[in-house]
Design a protein around this ligand. Sequence first.
Ligand code: GRF
Length: 197
Amino acid sequence: MTKRVVILISGGGSNMISLVRSMTGDHPARPCLVLANSTGAGGLVRAAEMGVPTEVVDHRLHKGDRGSFEDVLHGVIAGYKPDIICLAGFMRVLTEGFVDRWQGRMINIHPSILPRYRGLNTHARALEAGETEAGCTVHEVTAALDDGPILGQARVPVLDGDTPEALAARVLEMEHRLYPAVLRRFAAGDRTPVWLG
Ligand code: GRF
């Protein structure tokens, strides 16, 4: 049966776009919702243009009460009966309580070669450390930040004179290849990691 996919975003949603575009033809999944934690997320317009329903659960209305935010988030998502949740540039840390409810069904893309550079500012930190390669990772979401079983990884070279922005752009191109490749496999029930680059 076709799997239903919810995609969570916070920004422009370029990864979301690559995921939505990939779910055609014999793909085992289809997008059923794009949800953002802010009305300002540019990806919402792009999702609507592609014919995908959108919702906003604004974390700011919960004034720092993570539990209250996540209860509403969970309720809205559950209403769409997803089989898979893809975090795609979703910039809210999710607590164990939320993650547990979707364990094994929620995946994330992170712009580093995990386990290196969990958290923010990955590209600046990789350059600072003198890395010769960088990349991105898709992993199952567990309660620990940017952790969980690796489902795919892609590598790009660090070039002389790279800035964090230049490196981020090179990695993002790979994200757009890696995430759809992993989702296709994951939706088919195959957790064998995808390796690119
Ligand atoms: C991507 O680099 C993603 O890995 C990171 O945030 C960025 C989001 O980009 N977590 P987009 O919104 O998918 O364009």
